[in-house]
Design a protein around this ligand. Structure first.
Ligand code: NAI
Ligand code: MG
Length: 356
């Protein structure tokens, strides 16, 4: 029973780093007792758009729907296709149609990456940010009245449903329970946002009762942002609404200096639909085709995918292998100040993985 993976490399360096991720997965299948079946798709790319006038075929949902996961590169480029078309025609469709209501980001301090925070070394910072991805502050309920007049009013409602809040909290508590520290932090703002945020807090407390072995706390979003910078070692799993999570999921990796190498998962935890794993970077037109793109983020995305597929030991091993390789300056790619080609970095990670 192989894991059934849809591979979508898309554009630019996506075409270069996705195969590197697949090389690592091949090594994983040799080392661990797991198998993969890959299906390769050329759509959700600008090349496809230029040929067909749309980003994906009409039956994309049927083509992808029965896969266990989507391993995604980066979409956008050449710029004859505007970014809003490439993004809305692909990633946004997946997130919505496949109900990927969890956005998961890693913040882990890696060797060889300079953290903007002083006195922190590898091992000191290692947490995950769980962002609600479907409702909350990003609702389309609202509008403008008396436009263009002195009486102009604009409103946009925050929508929280019990189902929506509970399912993101359940995912976050469950993740915390599987981790060593078993610690969850919730982002709130119930002192200022006096209806929805107290509701969020109430649901956190109710959900916590189902996870008695998980220690939890909460902070208002403003001081929480400050703590990310000053005490990043306090965190293990951080759960947040759509807007707060959007901000924290860039801030967290930024604190580890890894905004360029920490991946993202867009997850449907029930596995009713495929989840999507991707690097956060784009197609990097400026370096595409030179064989020097950093493959680490795509490989780390593969680790996140392995974890989602239940291959927890393999996932942890891939992250350790990345860590071991980044500690060696000669295997770092130029963006990290090293001399390595994309393939040399990957090869070193595969070797480290075999040796673990
Ligand atoms: P970008 O992330 O592609 O590039 C920003 C800078 O980071 C460039 O100098 C690039 O060379 C460097 N960089 C990125 N990934 C790298 C890697 N793996 N190794 C070494 N250097 C790397 O962002 P940009 O330039 O704003 O966007 C380019 C295109 O990518 C646009 O069409 C944009 O819409 C698209 N994009 C797609 C995303 C996605 O598919 N999720 C996310 C972000 C941008
Ligand atoms: Mg964002």
């Amino acid at each position: 029973n192989a894991h059934h993976i849809a591979v979508i490399p898309d554009d630019g360096i996506g075409k270069e780093v996705v195969p590197e991720g697949l090389r690592v997965l091949k090594t994983v299948s040799e080392k661990f007792d797991c198998a993969f079946a890959f299906d390769h798709f050329d759509f959700a790319s600008c090349d496809y758009y230029l040929k067909h006038g749309q980003m994906m075929p009409d039956d994309w949902k049927a083509l992808l729907g029965d896969h266990d996961a989507i391993f995604f590169g980066a979409v956008g480029w050449p710029d004859t296709v505007p970014d809003h078309i490439s993004l809305w025609g692909s990633l946004i469709q997946f997130r919505r149609e496949f109900d990927q209501y969890v956005n998961l980001r890693a913040a882990r301090l890696m060797p060889g990456v300079s953290s903007p925070l002083a006195n922190r070394g590898p091992g000191d910072i290692d947490f995950m940010i769980v962002r609600e991805n479907t409702e909350g502050e990003y609702s389309s309920i609202g509008g403008k009245i008396f436009p263009g007049t002195e009486r102009e009013v604009v409103m946009q409602e925050t929508v929280m449903t019990r189902t929506g809040v509970d399912r993101i909290l359940r995912f976050a508590f469950d993740l915390a329970q599987r981790r060593e520290k078993k610690h969850l932090t919730s982002a709130t703002k119930s002192n200022g946002i006096s209806i929805t945020m107290p509701y969020w807090d109430e649901r956190v407390e109710a959900m916590a009762a189902n996870f008695p072995d998980v220690r939890w706390d909460k902070y208002h979003i403003d001081i929480l942002a400050a703590h990310f910078v000053q005490h990043p070692d306090w965190f293990d799993v951080v759960v947040a609404s759509n807007l707060f999570g959007d901000i924290l999921s860039d801030l967290g990796p930024a604190c580890t200096g890894t905004i360029g190498i920490a991946p993202a998962g867009n997850i449907n935890p029930e596995r009713e639909f495929p989840s999507l794993f991707e690097p956060v970077h784009g197609s990097a037109p400026d370096i595409a085709g030179h064989g020097i793109a950093n493959p680490v983020e795509q490989i780390w995305a593969a680790a996140m995918m392995l974890d989602h597929l239940g291959e927890r030991d393999a996932a942890a091993a891939v992250v350790s292998a990345i860590e071991a390789v980044l500690a060696e300056p000669q295997y770092r790619t130029p963006d990290l100040g090293g001399p390595a080609k994309t393939s040399e970095c990957t090869e070193a990670i595969c070797r480290a993985l075999r040796d673990i």
